[in-house]
Design a protein around this ligand. Structure first.
Ligand code: HEC
Length: 400
């Protein structure tokens, strides 16, 4: 595996930013310190430190590049790492994608028409055609995800205005263009994927999450979908989920504030990895299963900086405190629930700024009867659902 593949744009970016020399130096050090572990595999230093535009990002946990996450499990040359790059917070940025385009004239495995181009049937025969075909990916790092409207949706798509005139984009199969979600810090998730479609509930539907199963299903679908491969083996899926649940990522060093663990601050990936979490923790709407009352003052990693000698650190402490005390209307809280898998500015779970409750998720399963993906809402009665098995509780993709 090429170091540049693992770390995205850092080596290949054309820009002569003041960071570029430091970045190369850091990567050389990383390559030198990558070690063969006793249990097999090739481990990167722990924490894995990579430069970013505001300082240094850290990933704490075992980053073993022989894990199937970094292997080509499909037929189109992609790995999970193609779209989840450590130095970009385990997602991708337009800079990552553009660097790959420059380096390969748009033939690197991220440039595949199944979901990389604006339209699956786009012309990709020449570099110029490829630049047009992959414009969403190049300019915004967005992949094309096409999902039918849920059968029980409270809306209908009656017309589509498609700037790409894509024959595959229809009212029945609209196109969504989505940035890969970070495949790190997954222990804090309460829903998997932007629309929660890979979420599998635990013992208490709606109140608990079977994270391992959700991630295994997700990894399977990523392999058969993004990588156009066969279904991975249970061992491969287990290794991928073990890897994903074993890493935590956070900024470690800020150009202006310095170390984020100095003067009593508790930022950084190591502190994050030790953060307690469970579904409903410190829930603003009274849903904490332990019965504990909501503590609005739970997001405090930089509280000690209010007395710092550095005025910049003081401003960080003030920012943290105002994000806690700013009164959000309850509708915004509900919105935060819907987007609970994404970083947001709601300070509820201690140190982690999301409300940890499962969103109203749409579940996908494959019905042998209709031979296509079906979405159904597990919270609804089975009205409008094509298969009651889809909506059975717990809705663990029984149609597979
Ligand atoms: C071609 C790009 C691409 C590849 C390859 C890829 N992913 Fe992703 N990944 C995405 C996109 C895009 C999303 C968000 C899609 C959505 O929500 O509809 C995503 C979402 C995820 C999430 C959800 C995180 C969350 O917060 O809900 C996980 C976990 C993940 N990917 C892991 C993997 C694994 C494991 C593999 C390899 C087996 C993989 N990905 C391969 C693009 C990719």
């Amino acid at each position: 595996m090429k170091i540049s593949a693992l770390f995205g744009t850092i080596l290949s970016r054309k820009s002569s930013s003041r960071w570029s020399h430091l970045k190369i130096a850091v990567l050389c050090l990383l390559a030198m310190f990558a070690s063969i572990s006793l249990s097999g595999g090739i481990l990167f230093p722990n924490p894995l430190l990579t430069p970013d535009s505001t300082g240094i990002l850290s990933t704490y946990g075992k980053v073993d590049i022989t894990n199937p996450f970094f292997q080509k499990l499909g037929t189109n040359g992609r790995t999970c790492n193609t779209c989840h790059i450590p130095s970009s917070g385990w997602t991708i940025t337009p800079e990552d994608v553009q660097a790959k385009f420059y380096a390969t004239n748009g033939t690197e495995p991220i440039f595949r028409t199944n979901d990389g181009s604006n339209c699956p049937s786009a012309d990709v025969s020449t570099p110029r055609a490829r630049r047009n075909a992959y414009s969403q990916l190049l300019n915004k790092a967005l992949l094309r995800i096409s999902i039918a409207t849920p059968m029980n949706a409270e809306f209908q798509i009656i017309a589509i205005q498609d700037p790409y005139n894509c024959p595959e984009t229809t009212t029945a199969n609209p196109a969504f263009y989505r940035r890969p979600l970070p495949s790190t810090n997954v222990n804090f998730l309460s829903a998997v994927m932007w629309d929660g479609r890979e979420t599998v509930f635990g013992a208490i539907p709606g109140k608990s999450l079977n994270l391992q199963q959700s991630l295994a299903n997700q990894a399977q679908d990523a392999t058969t979908g993004h990588a156009q491969g066969p279904v991975p083996t249970p061992e491969q899926l287990a290794k991928i989920t073990e890897f994903e649940t074993g890493i935590s990522t956070a900024q470690a060093f800020d150009l202006r504030a310095g170390s984020l663990t100095t003067e009593g601050a508790t930022g950084g990936a190591i502190n994050l990895s030790q953060q307690d979490t469970y579904i409903g923790i410190n829930d603003a709407l009274g849903g904490d299963p332990t019965g504990a009352a909501f503590n609005p003052n739970a997001f405090t990693p930089y509280e000690s900086w209010k007395d710092s000698f550095s005025t910049y650190r003081q401003s960080v402490a003030r920012g943290e405190s105002s994000s806690i005390t700013f009164p959000f209307p309850s509708r915004m809280l509900a919105a935060s629930t819907m987007h609970s898998s994404n970083p947001s500015s709601w300070a509820h779970a201690p140190r982690v700024t999301t409300r940890r409750m499962p969103a109203i998720t749409l579940f996908r399963c494959r019905s042998p009867l209709v031979r296509r993906h079906i979405l159904c809402n597990p919270h609804s009665t089975s009205t409008g659902c094509p298969s009651t098995r889809c909506c059975a509780s717990p809705p663990v993709r029984p149609c597979m």
